[in-house]
Structure formats: structure tokens, C-alpha cells
Design a binder for this molecule. Structure first.
Ligand code: SF4
Ligand code: SF4
Length: 197
């Protein structure tokens, strides 16, 4: 896939990229923001809308559930489109951009996947296009990079870890007070010894 510098379309919200997508990995920030938006606890969001991915070995990575024959994202509604559009995960608001370099790279490169938009615009630099796609991008940039950096360590998570997947999953995605500061709580939870034995 070739790296691109600009992008020239506006998402029509056709929903085609919400199908065959049982692979959308959520960060703790995604779970926090989605829960706040839906008015439910993080635990409820994880229980009702996610499943564990099998691609990450022993690490409890949660992904959004897909439904039906086409594995349509559980948040997709045929009439209104994405039910969590203002807080949709990074993987969704960046689509059809695909990162070609590590998420921790200060000058990341992106390639492009197939998109069905019919609304073409003037070419916009990629970073600006992402910034316009979601309010979350700018406000969560710092914590996102921080999380990606430590995630590479966490993904080496070994079978020898005496703490169960469930305990880790709970601390990583569920134990948050939605009325308090998100970043502080995520950093606190992820600094706990349970992850690093
Ligand atoms: S979260 Fe929203 S944008 Fe992302 S795949 Fe699901 S319905 Fe589509
Ligand atoms: S396929 Fe393209 S136009 Fe359709 S919802 Fe996805 S990003 Fe938007």
C-alpha cells in the first residue's frame, strides 16, 4: 500500500465500512467515551457490545461485536447509521486511512483503503483531515500515543501471568468513574502491578 499525503473526500456515512468489521479494537479511551455517550457504565459497554479478540494471544484485547451474516458492527443502525458517531473509535474516524507506520511515530504515514464516498472535496493534508473527522483526535492525542507505547509492552503479556485475563480486562476497560478525569484514571489503572508481573 502506498503512502499518501492528502485525501479528498468527505464521508457520506453510507455505512459500508461498518460491515465485515468484527475487528475494531477498542482502547480504554474508546470504552470510556462510548460509555459516557450511551449513559452506561464501562462494564456494561464491555459486556453488551464487545467480545475478546483471539488475535492477541493471552492479552485481553476487546473488539466491537459484529452481528448477522455480514458481521455488521453492533453500533450500526440501518436508519441512522452509526449510533455512536461523535465518539466512534479512532479506527472508524480515520477510515479509510490505514496507518503504515507505528502509532507512536510523531510523523505517521498513511495508506488508503476502498471507500464508497461520492462526496469529493479539495485535497486536504492527511493530519488535517483526521483532525476534522473527530473532536477526539486532538483532545486525546497525548494519551493515545502514551497508551500505544505501553501497549507494545502489554501485548507481550505472558501465559505465566498469574492474574487472570478477566482481572486484567476489568482493570483495563471497566474500572472507571465516568464523572472523573479520564486520562488520570487510565494512567493510574495501567500503572498497577497486576500488568507487569
Ligand atoms: S463504531 Fe460506528 S463507524 Fe465504527 S464500525 Fe461501528 S457503526 Fe461503523
Ligand atoms: S465507506 Fe467511506 S463513505 Fe461509507 S461510511 Fe465508510 S468512510 Fe464513510
Amino acid at each position: 500500500m502506498l503512502s499518501i499525503e492528502t485525501i479528498k473526500f468527505k464521508c457520506d456515512r453510507c455505512g459500508k465500512c461498518c460491515k465485515h468489521r468484527g475487528d475494531i479494537a477498542l482502547t480504554p479511551m474508546d470504552v470510556f467515551q462510548i460509555s459516557k455517550y450511551l449513559g452506561c457504565s464501562c462494564e456494561e459497554t464491555v459486556r453488551k457490545y464487545t467480545r475478546l479478540s483471539h488475535r492477541h494471544g493471552n492479552f485481553p484485547q476487546v473488539v466491537i461485536q459484529g452481528e448477522g451474516k455480514q458481521s455488521t458492527c453492533i453500533f450500526y443502525d440501518r436508519r441512522i447509521g452509526c449510533k455512536i458517531y461523535p465518539v466512534r473509535p479512532a479506527q472508524c474516524y480515520m477510515f479509510p486511512l490505514v496507518p503504515l507506520t507505528a502509532s507512536t511515530d510523531p510523523n505517521p504515514k498513511f495508506g488508503i483503503r476502498e471507500c464508497y464516498s461520492k462526496s469529493m472535496t479539495e485535497p486536504v493534508p492527511v493530519q488535517e483531515w483526521i483532525r476534522r473527522s473527530s473532536d477526539r483526535y486532538e483532545s486525546e492525542k497525548e494519551i493515545f500515543h502514551w497508551y500505544m507505547e505501553i501497549l507494545s509492552g502489554l501485548e507481550r503479556f505472558s501465559e505465566d501471568n498469574p492474574n487472570s485475563k478477566d482481572q486484567i480486562k476489568k482493570l483495563l476497560y471497566c474500572e472507571y468513574d465516568l464523572s472523573k478525569d479520564m486520562e488520570e484514571q487510565i494512567k493510574q489503572n495501567l500503572s498497577k502491578k497486576i500488568f507487569y508481573v
